[in-house]
Design a protein around this ligand. Structure first.
Ligand code: IPE
Ligand code: IPE
Ligand code: MG
Length: 240
């Protein structure tokens, strides 16, 4: 018997990196890479249910990305605005529930309202929970959770819920964490939630990532042996 014969709906998370390099390599402005990246989000999200992924958490803009030139930040915010405007109907139609994770108080005018509207319009979705992290820092999320404790004595489970924020029934723990673009670092993403995540790094730049790459990552995940600090599961007799 395979250990984990029924993997159950997985929680996958992706650090969508490499947009800028993809564009620069083609003599295009970095924003062209970010534009292409939106299409990767769509095709990757739509491939999830058939691959057994029930929750997909995407890193779209980090709290540290505000340091980039104003032109790039402005372009990314315009892209977020148009994503919310153009994709919400399609998300609802494909049974996708959208949540946006991260700080909202530093986002440009109108975007927090657009996020709330998109979340409300997709709240009935049950095929996929798509979580997009914007102005997100895992360390800030942990600090914010600690500030909400108010003298309570937390457990891993209760504190994890505070760190992760509203999960709408999705698991807090990330099973499979993918980073595109060739770098092998976490860049302040899901530090709590990825405690036992399987890590998958690919050279593929995010604008070129698609269902085949995701399927490959899931297949590799299926071949890993997760031990959670214990020992290899004992072999079950052939008759089982
Ligand atoms: C990831 O691509 C998207 C964001 C961080 C907004 P990058 O913009 O970091 O692309 P590279 O890493 O410079 O190629
Ligand atoms: C991480 O990528 C953030 C996102 C993908 C949104 P960065 O490109 O910002 O990370 P570093 O700077 O290479 O660590
Ligand atoms: Mg990058």
């Amino acid at each position: 018997m395979q250990s984990e014969a029924v993997p159950g709906p997985l929680h996958a998370a992706i650090i969508m990196d490499g947009n800028g390099r993809w564009a620069t390599q083609r003599g295009l402005p970095r924003l062209a890479g970010h534009h292409r990246g939106v299409e990767s989000i769509r095709r990757t999200a739509e491939a999830c249910p058939d691959l057994g992924i029930g929750t997909l958490t995407l890193y779209a803009f980090s709290a540290d990305n505000w340091q980039r030139p104003a032109e790039e930040v402005g372009g990314l915010m315009r892209l977020l605005r148009s994503y919310l405007r153009n994709e919400t109907q399609r998300l609802a139609r494909t049974g996708t529930r959208l949540s946006v994770v991260g700080r909202r108080d530093r986002l440009p005018d109108g975007i927090p309202e657009a996020i709330a509207a998109a979340e409300a319009a997709t709240a009935a979705g049950t095929r996929l929970h798509l979580r997009i992290c914007v102005d997100y820092s895992a360390r800030d999320a942990i600090i914010a959770a600690a500030q909400r404790l108010q003298g309570e004595d937390p457990t891993r489970e209760s504190f994890g819920k505070l760190v992760a924020g509203p999960m709408h029934g999705s698991p807090v723990d990330v099973d499979l964490l993918i980073r595109t673009g060739g770098e092998r670092r976490l860049s302040d993403f899901m530090l709590w939630e990825a405690a036992y995540a399987e890590l998958h790094f690919t050279e593929r730049m995010w604008p070129e990532f698609g269902p085949e790459d995701l399927a490959e990552a899931v297949a590799e995940f299926g071949r890993r042996e997760r031990r959670f600090g214990g020992l290899k599961a004992p072999a079950v007799s052939a008759a089982a």
